[in-house]
Design a protein around this ligand. Structure first.
Ligand code: G3I
Length: 329
C-alpha cells in the first residue's frame, strides 16, 4: 500500500515527518523506519536540539543526542526539520538567572546559533528559528529574549540563522495559529517585521495541537473548519512564505471511543486536505508516531490518544483519514 509520505510526494509536496525521540523499542522503530509503505521522509527532533540540552552551561555544548538524531535521519535518507533555536521554554537556568545586558544576550544568542545551526548547516532542511513568541491575543510573550532585546530579537535570530545555516529554510513556529484569531494576526506581523529588517524568513510552522472536543486543556476550542485552515494558510503564503503543519496531533478525553476516533479521522483528513489545497504548504509533521509515547498524557492528565498509531502500533482511523486527505484533498 501507498504510505503517507509516498502519497504526499505523488501530489508534488515535500514531506511527511514525525517528532523523533530515540528509544529502544523495536515496534516503534519499525513504524519510524517503515520503508515498505514509506510513511515518512522527515524527522523533527522532539527535544534533542533544544537549548537546555545543547548548551546546558554557557558555551558548553552537548551534541550527543542531536548527533544521534542526525545519524538516524541521514542513514535513512530522511530530511531533518530542526527544532529549535530561540524559545522561552526549556532554557537552561543560566540564561534566566543571568540578567544579561542587551548586547551580551545578543552575543549569547549568536554563539548558540553559530555552534548549533552551524554544526548542522548541511543537514537541516528547515529550522524553527524562533518558537512560540506570541501570547494568545497576538502580543509578544514575556521571555528573556523579548524582555531584554524587544521585538528585534526575532529579526536578529533569523539574521544569525541565515548567516550560520545559509542553506536551511528559516521558519517561525507557533501553536493555535489554526483558528485565524489574534495570534494568527500576530504571526503575520512577525513575517512582516522580519522582512522589514531586510532579513530572510522562508516559512511559518503551524503546530496544530488540536482537540476532537472541548477538553479541560483546550479552552473550549474545537477543530477549525477546512475553510478556516485554508484561509490561514493562504494568509501566510500570500506574503511569500511557505507553510508547514509542524507538530500535528489531536487529543481527546480518554478513553477513546469509536465516535471520538471517527471525529479524529475527519480532522486528520481535513488538515491534510487543507495543506493540499494551498500550493505553499510543503509538508506535515506528526508530533510522534504512537499514542504510547505522546507528550500529551504527561501534560494534560486524562487526555491523549492524539496520534495515528495506537498504543500497540496499530493504525487508527486517523491514519486512513490523513492518507485520504493527502490523496484526494
Ligand atoms: O529527559 C528527562 C528525564 O531525564 C527525566 O527523568 C524526566 C522526568 O520528568 O524528564 C525528562 O525530560 C522531559 C523531556 O520531555 C524528555 O522526555 C521533560 O521533563 C519534559 O518537559 C519534556 O517535554 C517535552 C516538551 O516539549 C517540553 O516543553 C515533550 O517531550 C515535547 O513533546 C514537547 O514538544 C513541544 C515542542 O517542542 C514545541 N511545541 C509544543 C510541543 C508540545 O508541548
Amino acid at each position: 500500500p501507498v504510505g503517507l509520505a509516498d502519497a504526499m510526494m505523488q501530489r508534488g509536496r515535500e514531506f511527511v515527518g514525525f517528532a523523533l525521540t530515540i528509544r529502544n523499542d523495536s515496534a516503534e522503530l519499525s513504524v519510524q523506519s517503515n520503508t515498505y509503505e514509506e510513511d515518512f521522509n522527515s524527522v523533527t527532533p522532539e527535544n534533542d536540539m533544544k537549548w537546555e540540552v545543547t548548551e546546558p552551561q554557557r558555551n558548553v555544548f552537548n551534541f550527543n543526542g542531536s548527533d544521534k538524531i542526525v545519524q538516524f535521519a541521514t542513514s535513512r535518507g530522511y530530511e531533518i526539520h530542526c527544532h529549535n533555536l530561540v524559545w522561552h521554554s526549556q532554557l537552561p537556568p543560566w540564561i534566566a538567572a543571568g540578567n544579561f545586558s542587551n548586547a551580551t544576550l545578543i552575543s549569547i544568542m549568536e554563539n548558540h546559533i553559530k555552534n548549533l545551526a552551524g554544526r548542522y548547516a548541511d543537514v537541516c532542511t528547515r529550522w524553527d528559528v524562533v518558537n512560540e513568541a506570541l501570547n494568545e491575543d497576538g502580543t509578544y510573550r514575556s521571555s528573556p529574549w523579548f524582555n531584554t532585546i524587544g521585538e528585534a530579537f526575532l529579526p536578529i535570530a533569523f539574521k544569525f540563522a541565515a548567516q550560520y545555516s545559509p542553506k536551511s529554510k528559516l521558519y517561525y513556529n507557533d501553536y493555535n495559529l489554526e483558528y485565524n484569531g489574534n495570534k494568527t494576526v500576530g504571526a503575520k506581523r512577525i513575517v512582516d517585521l522580519i522582512k522589514s529588517y531586510g532579513v530572510r524568513i522562508d516559512g511559518v510552522g503551524l503546530q496544530a495541537h488540536l482537540t476532537t472536543e472541548p477538553t479541560p486543556s483546550s479552552g473550549g476550542g474545537v477543530t477549525p473548519s477546512q475553510d478556516t485552515l485554508e484561509t490561514v494558510l493562504k494568509g501566510f503564503t500570500k506574503k511569500g512564505v511557505s507553510v508547514v503543519y509542524t507538530e500535528l496531533d489531536e487529543r481527546l478525553v480518554v478513553p477513546a471511543t469509536k465516535a471520538k476516533l471517527e471525529i479524529q479521522k475527519q480532522t486528520f483528513k481535513t488538515v491534510a486536505a487543507s495543506c493540499l489545497a494551498v500550493k505553499g504548504c510543503v509538508g506535515i509533521t506528526l508530533w510522534g508516531v504512537s499514542d504510547k509515547y505522546s507528550w500529551i498524557p504527561g501534560v494534560f492528565a486524562g487526555e491523549g490518544a492524539a496520534l495515528v498509531w495506537d498504543e500497540n502500533f496499530q493504525k487508527k482511523p486517523a491514519y486512513y483519514g490523513m492518507l485520504e486527505g493527502i490523496q484526494k484533498g
